[in-house]
Design a binder for this molecule. Structure first.
Ligand code: NAD
Ligand code: AKB
Length: 330
């Protein structure tokens, strides 16, 4: 059995996808890689800068890699601050991975994003095939990445598959500098009984998905029967369509004292305003059975429970006071 390589494995997705792959395919088969110099005692991790073509090809040959989950990228907000670096990492990194995949016959997973759409895209029920004219450098690299994967599939027969992921909410690792990070930050603040200043406006509606659904979708797509994949690369997937106000209200079901104010960051607000509000994921459902399990209610319950395990038992001082008062006075 050839190995499995995860690039950008120390990021938000890699922190949960890598253990899931190890559990499913065997710990020794999965090589995690990222920029960090960290050297674990075993050979489960290798430092790899994806922008270095020779290093990518060398690792894939040396470790006899057959499948690549290519997660390394700069996310939307960071990319907008450093557009040249974003082009280098997101585009040259993908090109190097696809070239190595062509040479060594690897299957490739490429995560696209809701950012691959732009202001001229229909914002509600955004179709699988529609206008893609993003106005961010991150979105430009995602559309170009989708097209490059298609090209390598058609021209060279590389089995390159991908999802257009919405904002992902998770507890295991912090998000890496995106526009949807506010959702994760809100849960962390609530779990620490802190107020939160949201950088997007209260009514900004975007697609989101809980990480366990994203990890399952990635693995299901990669294992899907290729004959059934009409699109192969860049399937729309989503778990919920929510606003900061709605997430905060759901958190208050568990933490009644949770306070949010809105201090809008014009850069990230402009990015969010250019993205879809609700993706149509019917093609993913029909072609390979995509079916998310977490809605806002289930995700909120699970996030707060998981964060409670790391920050201590989940207690809200104000709701406790109310409960104590009720207990005292009947
Ligand atoms: P992240 O920022 O948390 O992690 C990215 C990782 O890539 C980091 O650990 C970073 O060190 C690494 N990296 C950066 N430059 C590198 C380079 N030159 N070579 C090797 N590694 C490098 O990102 P994430 O949230 O885990 O996202 C992974 C992928 O999924 C990205 O392509 C992102 O665009 C896509 N995606 C993420 C989301 C989300 O909400 N998290 C949504 C849609 C798409
Ligand atoms: C970001 O906000 O940049 C990411 C994404 C939706 O691609 N979370």
């Amino acid at each position: 059995m050839r190995g499995i390589l995860v690039t950008g494995a120390l990021g938000q997705i890699g922190a949960e996808l890598t253990p899931a792959l190890r559990e499913r395919y065997g710990a020794t088969r999965v090589v995690a890689s990222d920029l960090s110099e960290a050297q674990p005692a075993d050979d489960s991790y290798e430092r790899l800068d994806c922008a270095q073509a020779e290093a990518v090809a060398d690792l894939i040959e040396r470790r006899e890699i057959g499948v690549i989950y290519h997660l390394a990228a700069l996310l939307s907000a960071v990319a907008e601050e450093r557009p040249q670096a974003a082009w280098s990492v997101n585009m040259n990194g993908l090109y190097n991975v696809l070239e190595a995949a062509r040479h060594f016959g690897c299957q490739v997973f490429f995560p696209s994003s809701i950012a691959a759409f732009g202001p001229s895209t229909p914002r509600r029920g955004t179709p699988q095939a529609t206008i893609q004219r993003p106005t961010t450098i991150y979105g430009v690299t995602k559309v170009a990445g989708e097209l490059l994967c298609d090209y390598y599939a058609i021209r060279f027969g590389v089995d390159a598959r991908g999802l257009r992921l919405p904002g992902l909410v998770s507890w295991a690792a912090p998000p890496g500098g995106g526009t949807t990070d506010y959702a994760v930050e809100m849960f962390h603040a609530a779990a620490r009984r802190k107020p939160y200043s949201c950088f997007l406006a209260a009514e900004t509606r975007l697609d989101m998905m809980y990480m366990p659904d994203a990890v399952r979708a990635i693995i299901e797509l990669m294992e899907a029967d290729p004959q059934r994949l009409r699109y192969q690369n860049a399937y729309n997937v989503t778990g919920m369509s929510v606003t900061p106000h709605e997430i905060a209200a759901q958190i208050r079901q568990h933490v009644p004292s949770f306070a949010v104010d809105y201090r809008i960051d014009p850069l990230r607000q402009a990015i969010a305003d250019s993205w879809p509000q609700s993706l149509d994921s019917s093609a993913a459902r029909e072609d390979w059975g995509f079916s998310p399990r977490f809605d806002l209610v289930a995700m909120t319950r699970d996030m707060l429970a998981r964060l409670g395990e790391t920050t201590g038992p989940f207690e809200d001082p104000i709701s406790n006071e109310v409960e104590n008062a009720n207990a005292r006075f009947g």
